[in-house]
Write a protein that binds this ligand. Structure first.
Ligand code: FES
Length: 107
């Protein structure tokens, strides 16, 4: 059952460690990432221009934008390398049984 303020966006089984998945929630495109068994959620759209981070390379906690190569920390949303200089939003995630629940933005 969904918890207040949280919506189901995926099943746990859809995201093995190292996997990414894009979900649409309202008008937002959200990137789910499994880092070593823990699922994190952040904006999928790069803060520099319009590119889907899900199409970039994931290495550990970092994902590289496919367009100009900025790296972001998928846990904190921090922009690590230029040209992006704005962090991206991260979201609360809860696991309820087999459900991945997305909550409000953390920042
Ligand atoms: S669009 Fe992502 S770094 Fe330019």
């Amino acid at each position: 059952m969904a918890q207040s303020g949280f919506v189901k966006v995926a099943d746990v089984g859809e995201l093995a460690a190292g996997d990414v998945k894009v979900v649409e929630v309202g008008s937002d495109q959200i990137l789910l990432v499994n880092v070593d068994g823990t699922i994190y959620a952040l904006d999928d759209i790069c803060s520099h221009a319009y590119a889907s981070l899900s199409e970039g390379d994931l290495a550990g906690e970092e994902i590289e934008c496919p367009l100009h190569g900025s790296a972001f920390n998928v846990i904190t949303g921090e922009a690590l390398t230029p040209p992006a200089d704005e962090n991206i939003r991260t979201f609360e995630v809860r696991i309820d049984g087999q459900d991945v629940l997305l909550g409000p933005a953390k920042s």
